[in-house]
Unconditional design. Structure first.
Length: 465
């Protein structure tokens, strides 16, 4: 954890969609909260578009309003800080791969900057190459959006390049899927309950599922998504990180070193459960409807190249080959335009060794479900029914978990500006995620795994069980 306080947030690629939709509303929510005891932040945007400061400030104010904090004071006692940040913000037309442009941009920063790369992976790498020829202020933080590279080799090259610029503790590889409250909900559930730890192993767990199925379709993201697909967009980055948190060994304290070390042990031990054809499935949605909303087929969406055979639903079965977990299948799944949104991790326990004679009914598997959106914890247990005490019924007590006060990007930015990389993906862990999925990506490119189809609004291909 760096002790230098960040005073300027520089957004590279500030004229892009990510900045408008997520980054600026997240910043507004952070500034409108009690974060930093009233601390001020300089906001500096850079991009290739021709924007005046006035036009840029208008964009910032609109995005801040989308985050629930308008330019007229916003919500809560820190609304004035939101407004001041927008009014004092500046924009510079800048080629982020130019040494001179970057040097001029950094000269405008007040104090120590955080550079947020809201850019594609290839442009991020070229910008870092240019930064090698720029003298960075002491304590400079680099924040990078996923995907981190385009394969394991590119991720390693980027990591080696970044290591020549700043120490690893000042590199924030952003995984906005897990905000601080989500991480702590997982860790609290795992390690603050004596009830769970004794059964959290292959002696008692039969299988684990980590699922993030969405009802949303492409939503105009063809430029990014058609080059990534569900496997890279969700499984390679987000869901493997959830798996690592869910399956890691207990830590002595919650800090970036302990947690990221423990996650790394899980990821290094993870392998496919069988060949890529046996361990993976992929599919793409065709035309359909979700409620009253009609969706066109993915292959006909504007900006999509149908010949790429980009999947919108991916499944991957892996195994964590350790004493604690070997033999337990872990299913990772994520898809778009599905009729039943499902965002949760489900741990299914093995059957009881013996059901006493005389108890009637269906003996189902005990399950522990950790919901992501909404955040909740549910237990699925067999209990005696209220009518016939010998009859078994399933009971599902549910606890609603606390949602974070900030949206995911607000929590991510809090970590960046405070110099706390707990939520960031460490470089070696990013490389391990690519190692796990690369055999599947290679097999898919060679058409070894069929691309199935499913109607938008369904629950997936009919042939999938």
């Amino acid at each position: 954890m760096t002790t230098t306080q960040i005073q300027t947030l520089v957004v590279l690629g500030a004229d892009g969609d990510l900045t408008r939709r997520l980054l600026l509303p997240g910043l507004a929510s952070l500034l409108g909260s009690d974060w930093g005891d009233g601390r001020s932040i300089q906001l500096l945007g850079a991009g290739l578009s021709e924007l005046s400061d006035k036009q840029w400030r208008g964009r910032v104010e609109n995005a801040f309003a989308d985050g629930g904090h308008g330019g007229n004071g916003g919500h809560g006692g820190h609304g004035g800080r939101v407004s001041r940040t927008a009014q004092r913000s500046h924009y510079r037309k800048c080629d982020v791969t130019s040494v001179e442009d970057l040097r001029s941009l950094l000269a405008e920063c007040d104090g120590t900057p955080a550079l947020f790369f809201a850019l594609p992976p290839a442009i991020t790498a070229r910008a870092c190459q240019a930064l090698q020829l720029v003298e960075l202020p002491e304590g400079t933080v680099l924040a990078m959006e996923k995907p981190l590279g385009t394969d394991r080799a590119r991720a390693r090259e980027l990591n080696e390049l970044v290591s020549t610029l700043v120490p690893e503790t000042q590199v924030f590889r952003v995984d906005h899927f897990l905000g601080r409250s989500d991480v702590l909900n997982l860790l609290g559930t795992r390690f603050a309950n004596r009830l769970l730890e004794p059964v959290w192993n292959n002696q008692h767990v039969e299988s684990i599922e980590i699922v993030y199925d969405e009802s949303l379709g492409l939503e105009g993201r063809a430029g990014y998504y058609d080059n990534a697909g569900a496997l890279v967009d969700m499984l390679q980055s987000h869901l493997l990180q959830v798996m690592a948190l869910l399956m890691m060994d207990p830590v002595s304290r919650v800090d970036e070193r302990e947690v990221r070390d423990a996650k790394g042990q899980v990821l290094r031990a993870t392998r496919l459960r069988g060949t890529p054809r046996e361990a993976s499935r992929r599919a793409r949605y065709t035309a359909g409807a979700i409620g009253n909303h009609k969706l066109t087929a993915y292959s006909r969406e504007p900006g999509v190249d149908a010949s790429r055979q980009t999947e919108t639903l991916a499944e991957l079965t892996v195994e964590v080959d350790t004493w604690r977990w070997t033999g337990v299948p872990v299913l990772l799944r994520s898809g778009k335009a599905l009729g039943r949104p499902r965002k949760e991790a489900v741990v299914t326990l093995k059957p009881t060794p013996h059901l006493p004679t005389g108890l009637l009914g269906h003996d189902t598997r005990d399950q522990i479900t950790i919901g992501f959106k909404p955040a909740r914890l549910a237990l699925h247990l067999d209990v005696s029914g209220p009518g016939d005490p010998f009859g078994l019924e399933t009971a599902s007590p549910v606890a609603e978990l606390a949602e974070g006060d900030l949206p995911a990007y607000g929590e991510v930015l809090a970590g960046i500006l405070d110099g706390d990389p707990l939520l960031a993906v460490r470089g070696d862990n990013a490389e391990e995620c690519w190692r796990i999925v690369e055999p599947v990506l290679d097999a898919w490119r060679d058409h070894e795994v069929p691309l199935d189809t499913y109607a938008a609004g369904s629950n997936g291909p009919r042939s999938w069980k």
